[in-house]
Design a protein around this ligand. Structure first.
Ligand SMILES: Cc1ncc(COP(=O)(O)O)c(C=O)c1O
Length: 405
């Protein structure tokens, strides 16, 4: 079979694959614990459900404009004013099928074949493949100082004549690191000076801990005109626990949004009217659901970090936000894929291998599930890895006996 070069260069999303694996194992009746997930377990906000079901009941389920409904755009404009202190116009906004599509379309709108897109590593799994889908070259940059906090000089060193864009995701998936205000200020200024597109993937921006304040990239943008190359991405998936609704958005210059909308119009048309109704309901409704989720996640983070610190061989930094931590397990096994498979096989705990995010020796562990899953999952992992723990472990009434050294 003849497959295109692009088709051959794209791999399956490792995180979506893991969700599938979890579902299959669960269906088989295996007592699995999924610490690899990327979605909060709370219910979608009631305002989202009511708005979508009211529209469903009308029976008038039609196409929408390629860049989103008027109501959706108004809600995004209000959101941008409230959380970014920036007043934008409908032509500056495009709603998409998730933040994922908004980022993809933004890249398609700006990247030419062989042009480079820089992003700090560890990175969200989709960035490299998204850039490859545009026939561009992904350039992941691991901070030289060994932390998860990039410095401007790390990025600056990689910028050349082929560089077209930089993607920044803070707080970050997979590390949970929230980059400093100084770094955000510097990167905004740097991209303006070097005439580079800067894609701010802010999908986790309200899910931050320890009384941190949101960092607003617009505060550091000198170019407030329609020539600005700043693209801000957000969505309802994470903060409103609405991953299955598939609504995200981009805010950028009118010209770029127009190009992005044209691309989207041929790819998928506008996002489903029902899902935009739900997202509009969430954005305009009671916001306590976001704060409740944030508090739950902060508590879960504390529990997970506390348990991980009891491992002799694990090094972990406390996440500043999101619902992930990225722990160094290399003292046990340097090959993260091997380690992740070992944990599934031996104790039915699903984790995401660090190599999927560009850094081997680590595992991404999610704390968006229940406290019971976190504590039991980590306990099982400790039993499997720490050879000083007792030889036997009970999972329900099943007795496991360690037969490896
Ligand atoms: C960093 C980052 N950006 C974007 C997305 C995509 O979000 P959405 O569900 O809105 O497509 C995710 C989802 O995992 C993510 O972690």
């Amino acid at each position: 079979m003849s497959i295109s070069q692009i088709g051959r260069s794209i791999g399956e999303s490792p995180t979506l694959k893991l969700n599938e694996k979890a579902a299959i194992l669960r269906q088989k009746g295996d007592p699995i614990i999924h610490l690899g997930g990327g979605e909060p377990k709370s219910k979608a906000p009631i305002d989202a459900i009511l708005a979508a079901s009211a529209h469903l009941n009308t029976g008038e389920i039609r196409y929408t404009p390629a860049d989103g409904t008027i109501d959706m755009k108004k809600a995004i404009i209000r959101y941008t004013e409230e959380y970014y202190n920036r007043l934008v116009e409908p032509e500056n906004v495009m709603a998409s099928g998730g933040a994922k599509q908004a980022i993809m379309v933004a890249l398609q709108a700006v990247v030419n074949p062989q042009e480079e897109v820089i992003f700090p590593a560890p990175y969200w799994v989709s960035y490299p493949d998204m850039v490859k889908l545009c026939q561009g070259i992904p350039v992941p940059v691991l901070p030289e100082d060994g932390t998860f906090y990039p410095r401007l000089q790390d990025i600056e060193q990689q910028v050349g004549s082929y560089t077209k864009a930089v993607i920044i995701n803070s707080p970050n998936n997979p590390t949970g690191a929230m980059y400093s205000e100084q770094f955000i200020a510097e990167i905004v200024e740097f991209c303006e000076k070097r005439d580079l597109y800067l894609i701010m993937d802010d999908i986790y921006h309200r899910l931050i801990f320890d009384n941190r304040k949101m960092i607003n990239c617009y505060d550091y943008a000198k170019d407030r005109t329609e020539n600005s190359k700043l693209i801000v991405i957000n969505g309802v998936s994470k903060q409103y626990a609405m991953t299955g609704f598939r609504i995200g958005w981009a805010v950028a210059s009118k010209k770029l949004i127009n190009v992005m909308s044209n691309i989207q119009s041929h790819q998928t048309s506008g996002p489903s009217v029902l899902l935009q109704k739900a997202a509009t309901g969430a954005l305009n409704g009671l916001q306590s659901c976001v704060e409740n989720l944030r508090i739950t996640l902060e508590n879960n983070r504390n529990i997970m970090i506390d348990r991980l610190n009891s491992f002799e061989g694990v090094k972990v930094r406390q996440p500043d936000g999101t619902f992930y931590c990225f722990a160094d397990f290399s003292a046990y096994e340097k090959d993260s894929m091997k380690l992740s498979n070992f944990l599934i096989d031996k104790v039915q705990v699903l984790t995401v291998p660090g190599i999927a995010f560009g850094l081997d020796g680590h595992l991404r562990l999610s704390y968006c599930g229940s406290v019971k899953d976190i504590t039991e999952g980590i306990e099982r992992m400790k039993w499997a890895l720490d050879l000083n723990s007792p030889n036997e472990l009970y999972i329900g009434d099943r007795k496991l006996v360690r037969d490896w050294t």
